[in-house]
Design a binder for this molecule. Structure first.
Ligand SMILES: *Cc1c(COP(=O)(O)O)cnc(C)c1O
Length: 343
């Protein structure tokens, strides 16, 4: 079979949730946007619901409606993009909780779905989504009369504990929510690790559940094994792949493996990246093609049927570093062609 095998450890996801939950005294939700960070929101959310998650966050109403199908009635599903034009029937039918971002959204929501639960998103300095302090001050009383279920904001620099933005955003959020009698949430994965003051009444980790930084203690969640299609012997001076970008400096054995940038193996990772077998690192040679990558297996006594790109020897963040990106992008880029195995 010429497709890579992506193994997803749902028990590790549940264990990561439990261990983040154990770091706070408050409720721990779960972020499953972008199809559960690329791993399949239905199975991820079901495993997390079994572990005890009662509230999930997604990016859009469409994601929320799909998640409702797999979770059934019960768990709360909150939508970061709030109540957009055209979302009303999905929000009603799937019983979603839009996190309202603006006065326009608040008016749309109260007009279209009076009495339907919602949350409020405040901008404490990231300047991405949410009501700014002045806007919030102007509508706070009206909004609070409608009994929002949650008030939240998002940290821009939580993965850098010493960054002054963290304290500034904490102060801003604390000030904006002074005296409100509604559960509050500021912390995602990074915010949980910043400590108690950042936890408020609810945390909402994403990446840490999936084994990514900044949760260093996370259990690894994914393995990716890619089959070898063919191997060949190269003489000194022969080259591999497009643009003849790599040339053999010794007599070499090159394996061509069955995954490429169309499978989310970011082309820019190129020769920085390594495949693994039995604890041995095997360099990528030449350019990453759409469906194939060349690997130098000269130092292996025998070429195995597949080589490992993600696993205990190389996690998502190490691979991300090879491509100058972050674990989040590696996970959410994982392509549709892999054979997905739940372990
Ligand atoms: C993605 C996201 C999260 C989860 O963040 P992680 O860093 O993956 O834990 C939480 N809140 C908001 C608003 C988000 O966009």
């Amino acid at each position: 079979m010429a497709s890579g095998r992506l193994s997803i450890d749902l028990n590790a996801i549940a264990a990561n949730w439990r261990s983040l939950n154990a770091r706070t005294d408050v409720e721990t939700a779960a972020v499953v946007k972008a199809d559960g960070y690329g791993l399949g929101s239905a199975r991820v959310a079901q495993a997390l619901a079994e572990a005890g998650v009662r509230r999930f966050f997604v990016a859009s109403a469409e994601e929320g409606a799909a998640l409702r199908q797999s979770l059934g009635e019960g768990p709360e599903i909150s939508v970061f993009s709030g109540h957009m034009a055209g979302d009303t029937s999905l929000i009603r039918q799937a019983q979603l909780t839009p996190m309202i971002n603006s006065l326009d959204q608040l008016l749309r929501h109260l007009d279209a779905l009076p009495g339907h639960g919602f949350g409020i998103q405040l901008d404490s300095g990231m300047n991405r989504l949410g009501l700014e302090p002045e806007e919030w001050a102007a509508i706070r009383e009206i909004a609070l009369e409608q009994r929002p279920r949650l008030i939240m904001s998002h940290l821009a620099c939580a993965d850098m504990p010493d960054h002054p933005m963290n304290r500034a955003q904490l102060a801003c959020f604390t000030q904006m929510t002074q005296g409100v009698d509604v559960p509050r949430s500021l912390a995602a994965t990074g915010g949980i690790l910043l400590g108690r003051e950042y936890h408020f009444e609810l945390t909402r980790p994403g990446i840490g559940l999936y084994g990514g930084l900044p949760f260093e203690a996370a259990m690894p969640v994914v393995r990716l094994d890619i089959p070898v299609i063919q191997t060949r012997q190269l003489a000194i001076g022969e080259s591999v792949g497009y643009a003849a970008a790599w040339t053999a400096a010794r007599v070499s054995k090159i394996a061509t493996i069955a995954a490429g940038y169309a499978d989310g193996l970011i082309r820019a990772m190129g020769p920085q990246a390594q495949l693994w077998h039995g604890g041995q690192a095997l360099p990528v040679v030449g350019r990453v093609s759409m469906d194939m990558i060349g690997v130098d297996v000269t130092d292996l006594p025998q070429t195995p049927p597949s080589l490992q790109l993600l696993g205990p020897d190389q996690g998502v963040d190490q691979l991300a570093a090879c491509a100058g990106t972050i674990g989040y992008e590696i996970l959410t880029s994982l392509g549709a062609r892999y054979h997905k195995a739940i372990v």
